[in-house]
Design a binder for this molecule. Structure first.
Ligand SMILES: Cc1cc2nc3c(=O)[nH]c(=O)nc-3n(C[C@H](O)[C@H](O)[C@H](O)COP(=O)(O)OP(=O)(O)OC[C@H]3O[C@@H](n4cnc5c(N)ncnc54)[C@H](O)[C@@H]3O)c2cc1C
Length: 337
């Protein structure tokens, strides 16, 4: 049965007795069954759940149709969540909005500006928390959004010299910014990002913080720029960035004609946490007892894999090892074999 979305569990005497669903044409379907296996792949496509459980509406490079339906059905039936707030799987960063209107090379300018190790990056509060050289693969530690900060002087260098390292959005693009290649069209591309509200431009850092909005703290941002300036001038960087990465762009100037902020975003493959299950993949209530007839596998229950309090870590592979193994175990038990 394809193109049919499960929407609601059928409960009888506290046991799961089937599922209600709806076809792509909107026709309701009722399926009576002695067991239901939830396998709806977590909640990467559900902005509200991402905000509630994992601290923000993370960009997704994966299955947007996975809206947490199975987890929601289980929670409604009395399931306990398990590690549902654990960090999502994220391997790379890019700009929060993809640019497609220019040449391949120019479309990648925001990638370069969002993840080059030569820039200053701050979190949503204006605090620098990560050595920018690690942004491409560890940007997720900063959160669902971060900002890379440039002053006009640095944009001028980028326009005429480019950046000194290859930088790309990793996997999102087979292109990227080639080292030492002038970014002649940078102003046009920046304006496009400003128009689409993921790049900000302002005359002062106070105004830049106000333009970004949210939790951005102007005092913290100004302190981050000032501190970063001392590292560019030779002081030891407490986050350990190599001095070579300060050579070309230095730091945003203390005063400048304008400042630019590019919104960066880790792209998540999937969410990991879900509902609690036992070794038979039966969904558990908060008191540890199973909800009869209900199983959860894959990303709907993968929180049990990432803890030393459960015995699942021997399943090889993250996450496909758990996906296949949990499905096998649940299927066998649901079929009563
Ligand atoms: C680009 C990318 C690369 C990855 N690389 C790796 C890797 O190298 N190694 C690794 O281990 N993992 C990797 N992963 C993660 C891995 O693919 C997922 O963790 C895994 O597919 C999750 O399996 P699942 O069965 O829980 O969910 P999925 O495979 O996402 O399947 C869930 C299915 O449920 C369907 N569905 C959703 N809602 C409903 C509903 N209400 N009713 C009915 N059906 C519904 C969806 O359409 C989907 O077909 C990668 C993921 C991505 C996106």
């Amino acid at each position: 049965m394809l193109n049919t979305a499960g929407t609601e569990l059928i409960m009888e005497d506290g046991k799961v007795a089937g599922v209600k669903a709806v076809t792509a044409d909107g026709a309701p379907v009722t399926i009576h069954a002695k067991s239901v296996i939830l396998a709806t792949g977590g909640f990467p496509g559900n902005a509200d759940m991402k905000t509630q459980y994992i601290g923000g509406n993370w960009n997704v490079y994966g299955m947007m149709q996975n809206t947490g339906a199975g987890i929601q059905m289980a929670l409604t039936a009395g399931a306990a969540p398990y590690n549902i707030d654990m960090p999502p799987m994220a391997h790379f960063v890019g700009p929060s909005v993809i640019t497609r209107e220019f040449s391949h090379e120019d479309n990648d300018i925001p990638y370069g500006l969002a993840c080059t190790g030569e820039c200053l990056a701050v979190n949503t509060k204006g605090v620098r928390t990560l050595n920018e050289a690690l942004l491409p693969f560890e940007g997720y530690t900063v959160g669902a959004r971060f900002y890379t900060i440039y002053s006009k002087e640095q944009i001028d260098i980028l326009r005429t010299q480019g950046i000194s390292l290859d930088a790309a959005g990793r996997y999102l693009s087979q292109g990227g910014i080639k080292a030492d290649t002038p970014l002649a069209d940078i102003d046009t591309v920046l304006q496009s990002g400003i128009d689409r509200h993921f790049i900000y431009k302002a005359a002062t850092l106070d105004e830049l913080a106000a333009a970004i909005g949210g939790d951005m703290d102007a005092a913290a941002l100004k302190a981050a720029v000032a501190d970063y300036g001392t590292y560019a001038a030779g002081a030891a960087d407490p986050l350990g960035k190599n001095a070579d990465l300060y050579k070309r762009l230095g730091a945003p100037a203390a005063t400048s004609e304008y400042y630019i902020a590019v919104t960066g975003s880790p792209y998540i493959y999937m969410t990991c946490g879900g509902v609690d299950v036992n070794a038979d993949m039966q969904v558990l209530k908060a008191d540890g007892s199973p909800i009869e007839g209900l199983y959860a596998v894959g990303a709907d229950s993968m929180g049990v894999l990432f803890t030393n309090k459960k015995g699942y870590a021997n399943y090889g592979g993250v996450s496909m090892g758990y996906v296949f193994t949990s499905g096998y175990v649940a299927g066998k038990n649901a079929a009563g074999k």
